[in-house]
Design a protein around this ligand. Sequence first.
Ligand code: MOS
Length: 758
Amino acid sequence: MTENAQRRTTSGGDQFTGKAVDRVDGPRKVTGTAHYAYEIAEGPLPAYGYILGAAIAKGRILEIDAELAERAPGVLYVMTHLNAPRQPEFGPAVTPAVREVFTRARPVLRGDDVHYYDQPVGLVVAETLEAARAAAALIKIRYQETVGDFGLEEHLAAAYAPKRTNAGFETDSAVGDFETAFAEAEVRIDVSYRTPYQHHNPMEPHATLAIWQGDDVTIHTSAQTLSNFRAGLAATLGVPVERVRVVSRYIGGGFGSKLIVHADSVFAALAARILKRPVKITLTRQQMFANAGHRAEMLQQVRLGARADGRLVALGHDVWSATARVEEFCEQTAVFARSLYAASNRLTRHRLVPVDLNRGEWMRSPGEAPGMLALECAMDELAERLDLDPIELRIRNEPDQDPERRVPFSTRNLVACMQEGARRFGWGRRSPEPGRLREGRKLVGMGMAAAIRPNYIGAAAAWVRIDAAGQVTARLDMTDIGTGTYTILTQIAADTLGVPLAAVTIELGDSRFPLTAGSGGSWGAASAGTALLRACEALKEKILAAARVHGALVRNAADVSMAAGAVRFGNRAEDLKDVLRRVAPKGLDARGSVEAGAGTEAYQAFSQHSHGAHFAEVSVDCDTGEIRARRLLAVIDAGRILNRKTARSQILGGMTWGLGAALMEKTVLDGRYGRFVNHDLAEYHIPVNGDVPDLDVVFLEENDDKANPLGAKGLGELGVCGAGAAIANAVYNATGVRVREFPLTLDKLLPDLPAFIL
Ligand code: MOS
C-alpha cells in the first residue's frame, strides 16, 4: 500500500494521527471518575423509578389496582395508563420518513392495550430503587389476553413488501432477468439459511437521570446520537426542543440499541416533572430484552447461478424477516449483495412478517451481520460445487464497478485483502475436501469470507478554541460509546494545530455543543473527525492571520506558518504560546463542519464501501461435536486508520461478535407467550475469553480521498461483516456437514458427523 501517496494530512504533519495512541479517557475509566448516567450526582437528591412490564404479549388491561403500591413504604408516585400525563400519539406503525423513526414521539402508558410482552404498564417512583421495585410487585392487573403471532415461518403467508428498508434503501432491486438466467445456469445453488432473534447487550444498561429547572429539563442518559434523541424526547414530552438538554459524556456501549428514546428516559422526564424532583430510572438487563430492540428472526434464500468457470450469471438474495406489528423495522439484510459480486442478472428482495413483539432496532452491522452469514456461506457452497478455491471464486466475480449502481468504487481492496489474508493465514494448508484434516479426535477446518460495509458520512459541526497559553478545547455533541472517539479527536486536533496531545481537551456528549451525527452506522469518526479537522484548520488560519498582522519581521504574509508548537516567520520560529500571548491574549476560536454524504457529488459518483477478508480455523470434536474456534484473522481495508490501537480493538470486537453469531447467540422465543426466555447474560450466550482464540487484525491502509478529507472510512461494524460466515465455512471444511441454521450448535452438527470418524 502506498500509505503516503497523495495523502491529505492533518496540516501539522501527522505526529499522532494513525498511531496507537492510548485512550485519553482511559485513566478516568479505570479510576471510576468517568461517570455514567445512573451514577451522576447532580441537582437535588433523586427519587428512583422502577418500570412494571406487562405479563401478557397481546390484549388489554381490564383492571389495574395500584392502591397497595401507593401506600407502600417510601413510595412517592405511581403512574399507570389511568393517570399518565398527556402525551402525543405514537403515530403510524410505518414511519413516513427515514429520519422520523429517530425523532418521533414515543409515549408511554397511552392506553389499556398491550402490544408485546413486558411492555411498560406502570411506573413506581420511590425514595430507593428497592422500595420502588417492591411496590411495583403490589400492583394488581387483570388482563384480557388475545392470541398473538410470534413465529416467522408459521406466518410467511402474511409477508409483505415494506416501502423501504432501514436507512432508506430500496426494498427490492432487479437487474437483467434473474429467473431465466438462474434457470439456464450451468451450475446452480439454491439454499436457505435461518438466523435467530438476537439481542445487543451493552454493559451499561439504558439509564436516565432527569432534572427539571422550571420549563427546562436536563437528561443525563446513555444515548448514541444526541440531536435525534433530543428531538424524539421533546416530541414525546410535547415541549420545544430548546427546552431539552441531553448529556451523555460516557457510554458503556450501544451497538444500535441507544439510537432512539426508550422508556427509561420518557418515564424519568415525566415523573421528575410531576414530583418536582430529579428521577433516576434504569432498565434492568431482563427489561432490555423486551424494551430496547433486537435483531429479528430471518429466513434467507440465496440463489446463485454460475458458468462452469465460476463466473456468476445470476445472483438472488431473498430475505423474510419478522417485524413488530406495532412499528415496522426492515433490516437491510440483502442490500450489501447489490455491491459485492459481479453478475449480469440480479435480484434482491426484503419481505416482512408482522409479529406481536416489540420493535426490532439497529443491531451492530445492521444488514451485513445476518445477510453475510447467508450469502458468504452460499458462496462457499458454490465454490465446492465448482471445485474452485473459495478465494478464486470471489476473484472471478470481482466487479470493476458497482454492479447495480454502475458507478466506480471510491476504492476497493477486497482482492488484496483476500490474498494478503491467504498468505498470512496459511490458506494453502487447507484441504479443499472437507473432513480430511484430523488431529486425534479433532477434525480441523479452515474457512474464509469477504467483508463489505457501506461508508456513510453524517452532517457534523465542531467548535474549537485556543487560549493564550496554547490550551485547545473542542466541543461537539458527538458521543464516545466506548470506541475511542475522545482519543481520535484529540489526535486530529493536536496534529492540525501542531500542539501536544496534552494541550487538547475534547468535550463531547452535551446537546448544547455543535450538532453532529453522533455514533452509529460506523460514521462517527469520519463525520465528527472531519468537522473538527476543518474547525482546527479555520482556527489555525485565524492564528496565522493574527500573527501576520503582528509579525513585523515578515515582509511576505505567506511566510508565516505553524507546526510543532511553533509559529514560523520566514526563517525565524517563535513558540506558539509566546505568539498567542502577543497576538491573541484573549484566545481565538473557530468552527468547522461537514455536510451529510448522501446527496453530495462524491457519494453520487462513487460507490463507497469498506472491505475486508475474514479467515477462521476451527476444530470439531468428533465424539461430542463441540466446535472451538482456534485462529481468526481479519484483513481490513477501511481507508486511513486514525488510531491503530482503537481501530484494532474495534475489529477484534467485531470478530468476536461474528464468533457469537456463528456459534452461540440466539434469543429463544417462547411461542406460547411471545416471551424471550433467555433474557439475561447467563442464558444468552456470547463468547467469553475462553471461547475467543488467537485473533489477529491486519490493516491494508489507503487514503480514500473520495470519502472525506481524513481519507478514513467506516470501520467499527466491518469487523462483524462476514466473520461469522468464515467460521461457519471452517466448520463445514472440518466436518463436511453444512448446517444452515444459526447458531451452529453441536446438536445440529452431531447427527450428520460422518460415519467414518466413529
Ligand atoms: Mo449502529 S447498529 O448503527 O449503532
